[in-house]
Write a protein that binds this ligand. Structure first.
Ligand code: ZN
Length: 300
């Protein structure tokens, strides 16, 4: 008996449209300088290094990634903090005109688990109002900054009419968590893990060799394809919109496009497919954090 046939863990295969074998979503978290502002809040910042590095994103990086996608006719999903849309008011209309999805990513790139849920809700509502004012669009999707989430905030997303969430990875294809459709992310295919470098204490590593990263991402795609999952690529405006990373993205896209069994879609289209297809409800899990109050006395 194969593991997935066992009745105790019997999740059926995910069903993709048009008989496709797997799906690819190209997503970009348009952070620009917002995470730096959030981390530095309340402090007097007088140095330019990291903030200028990040501003290259909206100045150059985003347009270059968008041009690459246009070349291949790919429509992506762009997660934009409110403060970035406010600082660069041309960004959202530019993306919408290009056929891309725009969705929420906090207001100040705040970490949801680190602030009161009421505050997080206020920021979401502010972002919704700003996006509506700039583009006329509402009922958009959401991706949590730093991909962290709480059960309380999932309830806020439902209450505030958010179409879906894309922050968690409890399955490697869409599912429902706490009643919210989740279009999962994947750290393995996030450019920040390999290339984020600002010469600060928050750097985790030196930039990786993009040729090795390309090989790793292709291997991940082939694995996801074998099990019929979602290959969610996530890049950042200020990390992937330059030099070697643009070349890496082109080579990745060339590889993915050779496969006729891939369904290319925006994340909102994947979420809509999930909710309207036979998959709905098959992969539904409650949203609960673990109980850490373990019994410490010896048993028996
Ligand atoms: Zn982000």
């Amino acid at each position: 008996m194969r593991m997935h046939d066992h009745p105790a863990i019997n999740y059926p295969p995910y069903v993709w449209p048009e008989g496709k074998r797997c799906a690819v979503v190209f997503s970009l978290d348009l952070d620009a300088e917002s995470p730096f502002l959030w981390i530095s809040r309340g402090q007097a910042v007088h140095h330019l290094g990291e903030i200028e590095q990040r501003r290259q994103g909206p100045r150059q990086g985003l347009a270059r990634v968008a041009a690459l996608l246009a070349e291949y006719g790919i429509r992506g999903s762009f997660y934009v903090p409110g403060v970035v849309a406010e600082t660069y008011p041309g960004l959202l209309p530019f993306l919408v005109e290009g056929g891309h999805e725009i969705a929420h990513h906090g207001y100040f790139h705040e970490r949801i688990e680190a602030i009161p849920v009421e505050r997080a809700e206020e920021y979401l509502v502010q972002a919704q109002e700003l996006f509506r004012a700039q583009t006329g669009l509402s009922g958009l999707g959401h991706r949590a900054p730093s991909w962290e989430m709480t059960p309380d905030f999932l309830r806020v997303l439902q209450r505030r009419g958010v179409a879906y969430d894309s922050s968690l990875m409890g399955f490697d294809h869409p599912y429902e968590v706490g009643g919210v459709v989740e279009v999962p992310v994947q750290w393995m295919v996030d450019d920040a893990l390999y290339f984020r470098y600002t010469n600060s204490a928050r750097d985790k590593t030196h930039p990786a060799n993009p040729v090795a990263v390309l090989e790793s991402w292709i291997e991940e795609f082939e694995g996801v394809r074998e099990t019929g999952g979602l290959f969610m690529v996530t890049v950042h405006d200020w990390i992937s919109g330059r030099g070697q990373r643009l070349r890496l993205l082109r080579r990745l896209i060339e590889h993915l496009r050779r496969d006729p069994q891939v369904w290319w879609a925006r994340a909102d289209e994947v979420a809509a497919w999930h909710a309207a297809s036979a998959n709905a409800g098959r992969f539904s899990v409650p949203a609960h954090a673990i109980n850490t109050h373990f019994e410490t006395a010896p048993r028996g």
